[in-house]
Design a protein around this ligand. Structure first.
Ligand SMILES: [Mn+2]
Length: 348
């Protein structure tokens, strides 16, 4: 049994007083999952329960973990079972809780709607929304993966003890940086140096593992269109407009073969009471990384305004209707969401 697994069993047996949740963002991607589990484990390594009970919680219902085949693969590899984790279904168990955010810096999803009293820590790599300025730590740095920041922060505090979660964190960093080739910043390089120093890094083994994780991430076998839209999903309110943004690992041409996109986006949008639904596809074809984006009006007509406001920034080329090739392939959802916010809050 891995030490992380033992730790997760141990916290399941604690009384739920003075709870601090460490929670990733509402997409609950591998980065968010690895960051929150590792953060809680490292906190326990350093402080045991002297500074409260720190519980990693995934910002999705338990049933949605099955949509993230890459996360399931990596968790199993690290000896972690679904029954050892905490999900939004568990939020009702806490009378109140404090929050440490990893991989986001403003509370999101069900966690934001619950009995949250204080934000007490942030480690993130998204645009800094300048909130919770007195939280400690408050580390918000541009880099490929939040998991790099978690590793670096705790390495300074507990040294080589970060080794227990290094494989888990490395898996997330590799997915976020396409095996240390894309979006790599100094923080990711520093994390890689630490992983190498710990003696667990082996180029060929890590590359093979990266390929397996990548493969499971793009495996949409057996998923409905509603599952695909939910699999990597974030929802925001900008100036009274509710906007959903789904990231998808296959191109529109693939989705068209399997689903009626207009019908599916309409019913998904209505289910989530959205004004606008945005789909972002990202995939590799003939060794070339590509992105596409589409805008779907649900309760309001916002797409023309968004297209106009974002056309140049994203270097959009119309495929047909509200679908575009996004030639600015560097802009992931991390950049696109702030552009959407600007466009929808700009009243000129
Ligand atoms: Mn992230």
């Amino acid at each position: 049994m891995s030490k992380i697994s033992k730790f997760l069993d141990l916290i399941k047996r604690q009384a739920l007083n003075e709870v601090v949740l460490v929670c990733g963002n509402q997409s609950a991607d591998l980065d968010s999952i690895a960051s929150s589990i590792s953060y809680a484990y490292f906190h326990y390594q350093k402080y045991r329960f002297t500074k409260g009970l720190v519980i990693p919680l995934l910002n999705i219902p338990e049933k949605d973990l099955a949509l993230r085949k890459d996360a399931e693969f990596v968790l199993t590899q690290n000896g972690i079972k679904r029954s050892q984790l905490w999900f939004t279904d568990d939020l009702s168990k806490f009378d109140q809780f404090k929050l440490i955010m990893v991989d986001h810096n403003v509370p999101q999803g069900e966690v934001a709607k619950s009995r949250l009293t204080h934000v007490v820590g942030i480690i993130d790599h998204h645009q800094d929304e300048q909130k919770y300025l007195d939280s400690a730590p408050r580390v918000i740095e541009e880099c490929g993966s939040c998991s790099s920041l978690v590793l670096n922060y705790w390495y300074d505090l507990i040294g080589e003890d970060v080794g227990e979660c290094a494989t888990l964190l490395a898996s997330a960093i590799m997915i976020d940086t396409t095996n240390f080739t894309q979006r790599v910043k100094s923080h990711d390089e520093k994390a890689l140096e630490t992983i190498k120093m710990l003696g667990i890094y082996n180029v060929s083994a890590f590359t093979t593992n990266f390929e397996k994780i990548q493969e499971s991430k793009s495996d949409l076998e057996g998923l409905s269109m509603n599952d695909i839209l939910r699999k990597d999903y974030k929802q925001f309110v900008f100036d009274g407009n509710t906007v959903g943004v789904s990231s998808i690992v296959k191109p529109f041409s693939w989705l068209d073969k399997h689903f009626d996109i207009d019908k599916e986006t309409k019913s998904f949008g209505e289910e989530h009471k959205l004004d606008l639904l945005v789909l972002m596809t990202a995939y590799t074809t003939n060794d070339q990384f590509k992105r596409e984006i589409s805008f779907h009006d649900v309760l309001k007509d916002l797409s023309e305004r968004c297209i106009k406001g974002m056309k140049d920034k994203l270097d959009l080329n119309r495929i047909s209707g509200n679908r575009f090739t996004q030639n600015n392939i560097k802009a992931s959802r991390k950049q696109v969401v702030p552009y959407l916010e600007q466009t929808l809050t700009n009243t000129d």
